[in-house]
Design a protein around this ligand. Structure first.
Ligand code: FAD
Length: 504
């Protein structure tokens, strides 16, 4: 029997399951493939292509140094180089770490390979899909908070025996400060592209005319190796973690990353493991007496949200990507692709994403997807855009965050109420409204912020459905206070608003 391992682009770790499944590394044939057809299936941010391909090329070099027999193919499709490599190396069993993304699992299953293909269960998440299923089965509600507490106990994170350190599981009340005055945000950790990355940048420029892409390739400054990912982690622990909590939800013009970790691209590629990040944060808490609200808030993102999203992705039905609870069918307007709009919040965030492939959680949730939800864009078109625009986008994290959390298109499997808000929230949590052509206080008229008329129109349009969501009743009462005349004007304005006539 001759075993060979195919390394997929998001499992770039010596600890990944397929590599770990075979004890003898010396001379073990491994293959990496950059497929052009694969990146033609949907558009990607140019920096995402550079990140993934450069990280793959760096990891291939690392495996070579470690004694593996590495083949690196740049090809049209996956099947042709795989078939040739299997034949050449007389491979009888191809091992692959089971892909998290279900569409890619199918792609592999449909390849016609002349050898046995074995999927080795993924070890990249703290909870396997079976463990999550065991937790979820029989529960009335799949509450993230319950799951997170279970994780704290199971992995003994921030615990004193069976009690949470500090006496509370969740300190979020201390973490919702609006941005006021001058915030001394710490700089971000970026890297100059090395020779390999520069080659990939050139390659991406060369193929750009054959594929559909998004965003800018200039100023690519992401890390592409485990060493660099660890440097970003250290940088975060030393410079950002202490301040992570209070302004976690704040948005400030010119501040792309605030105190956020910027670790999702590295976690999602396998350059970092979730438990090492969580344990490093916990260690920093004890060693440096960091504020508990910041450390707990950060750990909850990974031990709670990230694991929960992964679990839900596998737990829900195959039709989850098609879900559309509100029957929203409006096409996504062009402004999402070009950033040209008079709405300053959208303009700031969309141009930031073009430049970096990154936006922090509240920018994604409370501006981009909130607006898409209340304006009634098709969830599938929105998901397609998010997948194209973000440096850290993968199917497992897109379906749950966009279809579920952002758009409530799953009807509440994941969130207990839609994340819908008017301009009031954006104004409270950001400085965007100060420099906007629209007035955040006005609900109707030429100057009215579209967040306002779309919000009230959304509540009115979907009242029967929203009434079934217990947490919405207070908000719906506010709708009752509105005069019939104003409501009618709001509906008209929402219906007739021209997305195309809104350039900066
Ligand atoms: P921090 O705010 O510093 O958080 C630390 C880590 O927690 C992140 O690196 C991430 O690994 C994890 N995390 C936090 N929240 C989530 C979550 N809801 N789901 C999964 N992981 C989480 N995350 C992605 O990794 N890829 C995506 O494509 C993505 N798209 C999103 C789209 C929408 C509409 C929303 C609402 C959220 C999305 N998220 C996505 C989740 C979250 O916004 C990002 O993980 C986070 O902003 C990444 O930046 P950071 O590393 O600086 O995160």
């Amino acid at each position: 029997m001759t075993v060979g391992v195919w390394i997929l682009g998001d499992r770039l770790s010596l600890k990944q399951a397929a590599l770990q499944s075979y004890k003898q590394k010396d001379g073990l044939p491994v293959i990496f493939i950059e497929s052009l057809n694969h990146v033609k299936v949907r558009p990607y941010h140019k920096q995402k292509l550079v990140l993934v391909w450069s990280a793959m090329r760096h990891f291939a070099a690392e495996l070579r140094e470690n004694g593996y027999s590495v083949s690196y193919e740049i090809a049209e499709d996956f099947a042709t180089p795989l078939q040739a490599w299997v034949k050449e190396n007389q491979i009888t069993e191809l091992r692959v770490t089971e892909p998290t993304d279900q569409p890619f699992l199918q792609t592999i299953q449909n390849l016609n390979l002349p050898c046995k293909v074995t999927f080795i269960p993924d070890n990249h998440f703290l909870w396997s899909k079976e463990e999550f299923k065991n937790w979820a089965q029989g529960r009335k509600r799949l509450l993230m908070e319950d799951f997170y507490r279970e994780g704290r106990k199971r992995f003994q994170i921030l615990m004193e025996n069976d009690k949470p350190i500090g006496g509370k599981w969740n300190l979020d009340k201390e973490n919702r400060k609006p941005p006021k005055g001058k915030l001394n945000t710490p700089p971000a950790k970026w890297f100059e592209p090395d020779e390999i990355t520069q080659e990939v940048i050139k390659h991406c420029r060369d193929i750009a005319c054959n594929i559909s892409t998004y965003g800018e390739i200039e100023n690519f400054r992401w890390g592409v190796t485990r060493t660099q990912a660890l440097q970003v982690l250290d940088w975060f622990l030393e410079n950002r973690l202490a301040g992570f909590g209070p302004y976690q939800d704040a948005m400030v013009t010119g501040e792309d990353t605030m105190w956020h970790a910027m670790l999702s691209p590295y976690l999602n590629l396998g350059l970092l493991q979730p438990l090492e990040v969580i344990q490093a944060a916990e260690k920093a808490y004890h060693q440096n007496q960091l504020p508990l609200n910041s450390v707990e808030g950060f750990i909850r993102q990974i031990l709670g949200w990230r694991e929960y999203m992964h679990g839900i992705y596998h737990y829900t039905c195959a039709d989850y990507p098609e879900k559309n609870w509100f029957n929203h069918t409006k096409p996504l307007p062009e402004l999402f692709w070009n950033g040209e709009t008079k709405m300053n919040c959208l303009h700031q965030i969309l141009t930031q994403v073009q430049r970096t492939g990154y936006a922090h959680h509240i920018q994604r949730l409370m501006v981009l997807s909130n607006f898409s939800l209340i304006a009634g864009f098709s969830p599938q078109e929105v998901e397609n855009w998010f997948h194209a625009a973000f440096i850290d986008a993968y199917d497992w994290v897109m379906q749950t965050n966009v279809i579920g959390m952002g758009l409530f298109a799953d009807g509440g499997i994941l969130a207990s109420k839609p994340y819908a808000s008017s301009a009031n929230y954006v104004n409270k949590m950001s400085d965007y409204c100060k420099s906007c052509s629209y007035n955040h206080k006005e609900r109707i008229g030429e100057k009215a912020c579209p967040f306002n008329f779309f919000y009230w129109d959304f509540l009115h349009r979907h009242r029967p459905k929203l009434q079934t969501q217990g947490r919405m009743s207070f908000i719906l009462k506010n709708l009752d206070k509105m005069s019939a005349e104003e409501l009618q004007t709001i509906q008209n304005q929402a219906e007739n608003w021209h997305f195309s006539a809104t350039k900066t």
